[in-house]
Design a protein around this ligand. Structure first.
Ligand code: GLY
Length: 566
């Protein structure tokens, strides 16, 4: 399937979900079923109700928000195979009850025999689909090492207890929801291309069907018993390598044995009196978010008016410079000197907007001059009353990743290699381009847009938030934050409000259906913008705290997730 077709199919699937959400002419209909609010001991918000329930049950048994989020993440690998995973990777950001601010990078890595031009033919042209479909598209998975590390370092419960839910759900099955049935049916043809995928997903599904995954249960049990060796060594590792050989993939036993997640310092910013704690490289998400907030910090957005052409004009021009710099300066910090200080400084942000004028669009934007001192994804937000705030985003990249299930091990592999810049200027499945900073190299982590965020106000918890959505993760999280801070919206309205996106190239505003009025569209066209309507736009999962510490959780209307509390 070509990238264009893959993109179209993804949007089509999302469109079906969106059309089932009862839009009104004036915009969107707020839903209340994905809410959890009140004086609570804990909240978990994820893309699936069963998985959120797992996290809350863990907290009821005395676990903290870290235990809960790890249990939820493993459960998502069973009940939300579109993006929940053990064959992918992700990032976690947390503010812990003892005051520590921490982040863990469990992004996939390029296998040791990967090389820069591995997806190009002898004429230097990109070979269609090679970085997205099938075995060669996978990076070395990081999720298992990352989740176990997070649990061991910051959790309180035993691995076996936290993982027992996922093992049981895989072993005994669960009733699938309409969203999963529809997604599985949409990709049935592709699952048919791979023996392991066909065995599990190669049939017609209906809402309410029991999905039993015995092989996955066995793999999860091995991880539960042996820790990382249950995945990166022995039976599971051997099965991954056999699967690789079956389809021309290159992940080796050594690649698996050598994989390690990395503790990294979170990066921090300040926006209108709020502290932002988020993920640094190799995700672009946190840097782009802080850069955008730094630009918007000096504007009175409420005065401009939500959804007005002046507001959209400002957002689009801010997004353009940020995504231009993303393409040039962001990559794995262990391989490329990312100019972090500049990228998240208020001065640099101001400099990049110096030639911005309301009523104009800047066609001449290129990446800024910095001295070189240098899909599908899913998010979980969890918080407990002890003050642990945990934000975790994890991904297979595209929906169902490479679509390859490791035969006998029962889990899907990622197609994260497409997040590298396979050729300078060549767009990935999200239309994002890159350059040297994000070129493929053995052991290197591909650039991400994942943006797990924790925010504080005057030293108190304020917000835990994040989203899936490829390149739109950053702008989905950004608009949810400014809707709360600048426009005073309650969490559900802030998350549900229609969004726009501009990523510099392609040079047009991507506007969610019903996000702009006809009048505003006309004004933006007069300024010189091209506007395209898009149907896929993140699925934010958030928890907000009021000044008394009362928590409210909310799961984006765009998905079928759930906020659960106790
Ligand atoms: N694969 C989506 C991301 O990491 O941005």
């Amino acid at each position: 399937m070509t990238k264009g077709k893959r993109y179209f199919k993804y949007f089509f699937t999302v469109l079906i979900v969106i059309l089932s959400l009862n839009f009104t002419d004036s915009g969107y209909k707020k839903q209340s079923s994905n809410f959890a609010s009140g004086f609570m001991s804990g909240v978990v918000v994820s893309a699936n109700e069963i998985a959120s329930e797992v996290g809350v049950d863990i907290m009821k048994r005395g676990g903290n928000a870290v235990d809960a989020i790890v249990g939820t993440a493993f459960a998502l690998a069973v009940v939300y195979p579109q993006a929940g995973n053990i064959g992918g990777g992700g990032f976690m950001v947390a503010k812990l009850s003892d005051g520590r601010e921490v982040s863990v990078d469990f992004r996939e890595t390029a296998p040791s025999t990967a090389y820069r031009d591995m997806y190009l033919d002898s004429n230097g042209n990109v070979i269609p689909d090679l970085s997205t479909d099938g075995h060669l598209a996978s990076g070395v998975p990081g999720s298992v090492d990352g989740l176990l590390h997070i649990l061991e370092k910051y959790g309180t419960m035993k691995r076996a207890d936290v993982m027992s839910y996922a093992v049981n759900l895989a072993e005994n099955g669960f009733s699938i929801n309409a969203e999963l049935a529809s997604a599985l049916n949409s990709y049935g043809g592709e699952f048919g291309n791979y023996a392991g995928s066909k065995e599990i997903f190669g049939r017609k599904f209906s809402e309410g069907d029991l999905l039993v995954q015995k092989d996955l249960a066995n793999t999860l049990r091995l991880i539960s018993e042996k820790g990382r060796d249950g995945f990166y060594a022995g039976e599971t590792a051997d099965r991954i390598v056999v699967e690789m050989k079956r389809g021309g993939g290159i992940i080796s036993n050594e690649d698996l044995a050598n994989y390690r997640c990395v503790d990294r310092n979170p990066i921090k910013g300040k926006y209108k009196g709020y502290d932002v704690i988020t993920m640094g490289s190799p995700s672009s998400g946190g840097m782009c978010l802080i850069y955008l907030l730094n630009i918007l910090d000096s504007y009175d957005l409420k005065f401009l008016g939500f959804g007005s052409s002046r507001y959209i004009n400002l957002l689009a021009e801010a997004m353009k410079v940020v995504y231009a710099d993303r393409s040039e300066y962001m990559g794995d910090p262990d391989f490329y000197k990312v100019p972090l200080k500049d990228l998240i400084s208020k001065e640099y942000a101001a400099e990049r907007m110096r030639n911005f004028e309301f009523g104009k669009t800047r066609r001449e934007i290129t990446p800024g001059k910095i001295n070189r001192e240098s899909s599908q994804t899913t998010h979980i937000s969890a918080a407990d009353s002890k003050g642990n705030l945990v934000s975790l985003t994890t991904t297979l990249n595209d929906i169902f990743g490479s679509r390859v299930v490791v035969q006998g091990a029962g889990f899907l592999l990622n197609n994260e290699m497409d997040d590298f810049s396979v050729k300078p200027g060549e767009p990935n499945i999200f239309g994002l381009i890159g350059n040297e900073a994000n070129a493929i190299a053995p052991g290197k982590r591909m650039l991400s847009s994942m943006t797990p965020v924790v925010m504080m106000k005057d030293g108190k918890p304020f917000l835990v938030i994040g989203s899936p959505g490829g390149g739109k993760i950053i702008t989905s999280v950004l608009q949810s934050i400014i809707n709360i801070i600048d426009f005073g919206m309650p969490l559900n309205e802030a998350i549900d409000a229609p969004r726009i996106h501009h990523q510099w190239l392609p040079d047009y505003i991507q506007a969610e259906r019903n996000s702009l009025s006809e009048g505003v569209i006309d004004e933006l066209k007069t300024i010189g913008y091209e506007i395209k309507t898009v149907n896929s736009f993140g699925r934010v999962e958030g928890i907000i705290f009021d000044t008394d510490g009362v928590m409210t959780g909310y799961s984006d209307r765009r998905g079928s997730g759930k906020a659960v509390s106790f």
